[in-house]
Design a protein around this ligand. Structure first.
Ligand SMILES: [Zn+2]
Length: 130
């Protein structure tokens, strides 16, 4: 089991998004830690971390649907995002990502929040695309 498998397990078991989980997802999807006067901050891997070059705006992908959507790799699109009622009477979100060439549909379901379902699906798609 590699680091991505471990991260996927953490996401699948999460009851809600969190700062730690958001950092872990970001570090696995093109972000890096850079030390600053205010402590470690996240920048995109391509950024120098210098203020004059930086346009990085980090948003927590486990809490923000917009931030989670930005993790969906090129060539993939959202084919469905739904909330279902489940027997445990808690929120239950699912997402389908679709790629046309070559055709593939990928599903993540059972998350208590849409951002978490999107993170799981996007990470799976990124791993498949690599
Ligand atoms: Zn930056």
């Amino acid at each position: 089991m590699d680091q991505i498998d471990t991260l996927l397990q953490e996401l699948e078991g999460a009851e809600e998004g969190s700062r730690d989980l958001g950092y872990a997802v970001s570090l696995a999807t093109g972000w890096k830690h850079v030390e600053s006067a205010f402590g470690p901050v996240l920048h995109l891997e391509k950024c120098s971390g210098q203020a004059k070059d930086c346009n990085c705006v980090w948003r927590n992908p486990t809490l923000s649907v917009d931030a989670a959507l930005s993790l969906v790799p090129e060539g993939w699109s959202i084919a469905g995002l739904w909330e279902a009622v489940n027997p445990k009477d808690r929120p239950w979100w699912g997402v389908n990502l679709r790629r046309d060439d070559p055709y593939k549909v990928l599903t993540a379901q059972g998350s208590p929040a849409p951002a978490l379902a999107l993170c799981i699906a996007a990470i799976k798609a990124r791993r498949g695309a690599a």
